[in-house]
Design a protein around this ligand. Structure first.
Ligand code: UDP
Length: 239
């Protein structure tokens, strides 16, 4: 269900970092990803929203382990996602995509506040919407923020782009178990009962409750992004 051609793409923060250099945000990597997004969005006339993570900059759990207050540490993580969102905006605009960053934490000098109806209007006008600062609440991840925003804006699918070379959902951790099999399709129930590591469990149960299909795929392999945005079969479909 949802509006046809309206998609939410979740990009992990680490996808913007470089494996070759130690850049927190690698301009060449961001440019490549944004070029693929821009070309595909135009070709298919997509209404596209992006939720970007912040793991390349800070994760709330990291600070908590070092003894920080969890909510403060999560606020730092959310601010990290805003930095990434601005980098994506810059790169998308260099590929001629009108783009708006909507932040769940108010900072009106750099981004619009998140207002659902405004987000929908931007999408109708074919502006790429980047949702920043997750949901604005601590104790959540940007996976869950992506699921929530996708439901709110009536997207037809959530595309979860991974970066660690794991190109979908496997029967076991493929980095540990050489016999691990990649699934083309799994149900929400499979993910929960078999404890398949794909996405934050809160996000999975939310998508299940709201009948929002998810495609998990490797963001970094050339052309994968295009295939996923085009509705092609890549990685694993959860429905
Ligand atoms: N975060 C949060 N609430 C949200 C979304 C994110 O508190 O709604 C914080 C949390 O600390 C998280 C960090 O922001 O660790 C970065 O997000 P995430 O770990 O999801 O980024 P990714 O792994 O996708 O790069």
């Amino acid at each position: 269900m949802g509006v046809k051609n309206r998609l939410v793409l979740k990009m992990s923060g680490e996808a913007l970092a470089s494996t070759a250099s130690d850049q927190t945000i690698d301009a060449a990597t961001v440019d490549r990803l944004c070029r693929e997004i821009a070309e595909t969005r135009e070709e298919l006339d997509l209404e596209l929203a992006i939720v970007v993570g912040g793991g390349n900059i800070w994760r709330g759990a990291t600070g908590e382990m070092a003894g920080m207050d969890r909510s403060t540490s999560d606020a730092m993580g959310m601010l990290g996602t805003v930095i990434n969102a601005l980098a994506l905006q810059d790169a998308l605009e260099s590929h001629n995509q009108p783009t708006r960053v909507l932040s769940a934490i108010r900072m009106t000098e750099v981004a619009e506040p998140y207002i659902r109806r405004r987000a929908m209007r931007h999408l109708e006008k074919k502006r790429v919407v980047i949702f920043a600062a997750g949901m604005g609440n601590p104790y959540f991840t940007t996976d869950t923020a992506a699921a929530l925003r996708a439901a709110e804006i009536e997207a037809s699918m959530l595309l979860k782009g991974t970066h660690g070379g794991v190109d979908g959902i496997y029967s076991a951790d493929p980095k540990v178990d050489p016999w691990a099999e990649r699934y083309d399709h799994v149900t929400f129930r499979d993910v929960v009962t078999k404890d398949l590591r794909a996405m934050d469990l809160t996000a999975i149960t939310f998508c299940s409750d709201n009948e929002l299909p998810i495609r998990v795929f490797d963001l970094m392999a050339p052309n994968n992004l295009r295939t996923a945005l085009s509705g092609g079969s890549v990685g694993t479909l959860v429905s």
